[in-house]
Design a binder for this molecule. Structure first.
Ligand code: SF4
Length: 762
């Protein structure tokens, strides 16, 4: 039966998403009930960085309201609405902790005693074994000011070459490919440009669970008629709505995109004018993709060759197309090349730098972009400068007031540092804002590295699994207790505001670093008393670099709702579309093609391990789970990990399934679903201890980015005895795990509940 009823459909306009249709000023502070303040800020979790108000009364954060910010337009996701519950959580660390010997328990001490021990141990190790025997590991959820200070602290106060950060697990493959192809590590467009596209290609990202609020841009594009292609081995929530769901085998991405370009070139769908005027290297790529006929690609990827043809024609014939990718593409042995293979298609079709013609990675961590630009990466100085470049070194050394010769050289990546810890090359470690004893692959190796340390100090606001094994733990602040900048996945610099004072004796990480530097004899270089003072130095240190923040101030960010870098001058408006007009950041202004050959993953399946294990996120949890595994609503929603298996493997829902790799075995409850390939199984990675997915994963690294291959390793599955229990999060001495009366932490929820349909994206 048909209906004559016609519902009015008013597709949203791009202007609605660009803030042209009104909305609140970014710096809008207001109050509602007597004594209540609404503090404008942004979410602490993912790279979308949604705007929110924290409701503050009597010095406490009592709730949250979404904010009509250009990014999120009044929307928040399940994590965003409970982020505030971290602030006064009973598990917060309130005092420094110290253990008297490796086997002794942690106990509360004064800041004086804790810092004295830290400085004495770092000094002892450096004088006995050399400066590089101490390492520093940072994180990309900190503000940009803090990440800048991490790099400066390692290189000026400790003078060690060994500093890296947990963005190594998240964004570095995209960053390296962007730099190679475009000459700069930036997304091509603001997300509002998505509304003007005709085709969206999502490569290895389940946007609906990892970046839920970003979905509004994709849906709005769909409302306006855009086609959707999702490339993912699993039928994620987004894939279920796609015009083409490309369910490729994990570890075959580069072959697929080479296959698309083969068809596009063969059928005359390249943009020859764009290639001739704005790029270098097309000939070698054209010759390379000639060997990737759809039939061969179908064999490699486990696809129908006709789908390769269909997607290639969609992309090649689209007037405006957009490529967005996530960890499903990037966390591979050839993660950089995978990204380059996507960029090759965007460049060959001229689909970049215009409204609707866009490109970009969806950054996983809140400050995934800003956290990698200003010096906590092992090869990088502030402003995206290169630690191996004499001119860059000289400039930053001048800003820091040190001889260039005192600046250490390049260090190694996060997982390589852990291996150096196990080998006795790094004997002391300062960790901030990371949890490698959950997040790094091949946990047996990681554990050996940490166990081998002579001294380990970790700062955090909860006692993470990594902090729990440290010799000294320093209590730090949550995002609502400090101010500073972050940069979201679009390249938009936004500002977090302070809502309340830190609890107990907690201090911000920048205060901790400044005090340690003073005690290490470098206090004159770390005399900062506010984040604004750190930003002022950062702006100068970045000036003239690729990631130029010189023109970005708190006032400007608050007045505009965000400034897109590069922003080289105070009167510069920022750069929402850095590749507009086909201008790129290599010296000749042209983008670079890169010929990519598909290579198999580090562990192809074999007779003993015939399946592929892939890992990723679920909507209720964030990264290593240190923050979300303590929030009752999120634990209720998704209390434990599971394994997704295809019905052809013969298990029933909830059956204990033992998954075995060359590194370990874990027994999870089964979620039996046709949403996964028969040759692939999936486990979410947010949990610790015996159920950690990273007990299983392989620590093969991309040779360029050094990103681990989280997205594929060989495994087998077999019937298990009983599912492995989920450990409680570590607690401060004398405290018991938080047990809310109305929301017991247990396994009440069936693993087959909708949340069980996780994601292949991380
Ligand atoms: S989408 Fe990301 S930034 Fe927005 S509320 Fe959710 S977790 Fe926070």
């Amino acid at each position: 039966m048909t209906s004559d009823v016609r519902y009015p459909v008013v597709p949203p306009g791009a202007g609605d998403f660009r803030g042209e249709a009104g909305g609140e000023a970014a710096a809008h502070w207001k109050a509602t009930a007597a004594g209540e303040r609404l503090v404008p800020t942004h979410c602490s979790f993912c790279g979308v960085q949604c705007g929110m108000y924290l409701r503050v009364m009597g010095g406490r954060v009592i709730g949250v309201e979404p904010r009509n910010h250009d990014i999120n337009k009044l929307r928040l996701c399940p994590k965003g609405v409970v982020a505030y519950q971290q602030v006064h959580h009973p598990d917060r660390l309130l005092t420094p902790l110290l253990r008297d010997s490796r086997d002794a328990p942690l106990h509360p001490v004064s800041w004086e005693a804790a810092l004295e021990r830290v400085v004495a141990e770092l000094r002892r190790i450096q004088s006995a074994y050399g400066r590089d025997a101490v390492g520093v590991l940072g994180g990309a959820s900190m503000t940009t000011e803090k990440t800048y200070l991490m790099g400066k602290f390692a290189r000026v106060a400790l003078r060690t070459r060994h500093i890296d950060y947990n963005g190594r697990l998240c964004m570095v493959s995209a960053a390296a490919a962007n730099k190679q192809a475009f000459g700069i590590d930036r997304a091509g467009n603001p997300w509002a440009d998505l509304l003007e596209t005709e085709l969206v290609v999502v490569a290895g990202s389940n946007v609906a669970e990892c970046f839920p609020v970003a979905m509004q841009y994709f849906w709005a594009a769909r409302d306006r008629g855009a086609k959707l292609v999702v490339v993912d081995p699993r039928e994620t929530a987004m894939a279920r709505t796609a015009d083409e769901h490309v369910r490729l085998r994990p570890g075959t991405d580069a072959a697929f995109y080479n296959g698309l370009l083969h068809v596009i070139a063969r059928d005359g769908l390249t943009d020859e004018r764009f290639i001739a005027e704005h790029t270098v290297g097309w000939g070698a790529v054209r010759d390379t993709v000639a060997a990737y006929a759809p039939e061969r690609v179908g064999e490699i990827c486990g696809l129908d060759p006709r789908q390769v043809e269909r997607v290639a024609h969609l992309w090649g014939r689209a007037g405006r197309a957009w490529a967005a990718h996530g960890r499903g593409l990037e966390q591979h042995l050839q993660g950089v090349e995978n990204v380059l293979s996507v960029i090759n298609v965007s460049l060959a079709t001229g689909q970049i730098g215009r409204p609707g013609a866009g490109y970009g990675t969806l950054t996983g961590q809140g400050n995934g972009q800003g956290g990698r630009e200003h010096g906590q990466k092992s090869d990088m100085l502030p402003g995206g400068r290169d630690l191996g470049n004499p001119e860059h070194r000289a400039y930053v050394a001048w800003v820091w007031g040190i001889p260039e010769a005192d600046l250490p050289g390049k260090g190694t990546s996060m997982h390589e540092m852990v291996q150096q810890m196990a080998a006795g090359e790094i004997r002391g470690l300062l960790g901030m804002c990371n949890n490698p004893l959950v997040s790094l692959p091949n946990q047996a190796v990681v554990r050996r590295g940490y166990e081998a340390l002579e001294f380990h100090v970790q700062s955090d606001f909860f006692l993470s699994e990594t902090a729990a094994r440290a010799d000294v733990v320093l209590p730090s602040t949550v995002w609502a207790e400090d101010e500073g900048l972050t940069t979201n996945g679009e390249g938009r610099v936004i500002k977090h505001n302070k809502a309340v004072e830190p609890p107990g004796e907690a201090r911000t990480d920048w205060q901790i670093l400044c005090e340690l530097a003073r005690r290490l004899g470098a206090g004159d270089k770390f005399g900062f008393t506010t984040p604004a003072e750190i930003l002022d130095e950062l702006r100068v240190a970045s000036k003239g670099g690729l990631a130029d923040y010189y023109g970005i101030t708190y006032e400007k960010v608050e007045a505009t709702g965000g400034v897109f870098w590069p922003c080289p001058e105070l009167d510069h408006p920022g750069t929402p579309r850095p590749f507009e007009g086909g201008r790129f950041y290599h010296p000749d202004g042209r983008a670079r093609f890169h010929a990519v050959q598909w290579r198999p993953p580090a562990e192809p399946p074999d007779a003993e391990f015939p399946l592929r294990l892939t890992t990723g996120r679920t909507v209720a949890h964030f990264l290593s789970g240190n923050q979300t595994r303590r929030l009752p609503g999120l634990v209720e929603q998704t209390p434990r990990p599971w394994i997704e298996v295809h019905p052809s493997l013969g298990f029933g829902d909830g059956d204990p399934v033992r998954v075995v790799t060359r590194r370990g075995a874990v027994t999870y409850p089964a979620l039996v679903t046709e949403a996964i390939r028969p040759d692939t199984v999936f486990v979410p990675y947010h949990w610790a201890g015996p159920v950690a997915a990273n007990v299983l994963t392989v620590d093969a690294l991309d040779p360029i980015s050094k990103m681990p291959e989280f997205k594929v390793c060989a495994c087998r599955v077999e019937p298990g005895q009983a599912v492995d229990p989920v450990p409680e999060p570590p607690m401060p001495p004398g405290e018991r795990p938080y047990q809310p009366e109305t929301a017991p932490l247990g396994d009440r929820r069936s693993p087959t509940s909708p949340q069980g349909r996780g994601t292949s994206e991380g």
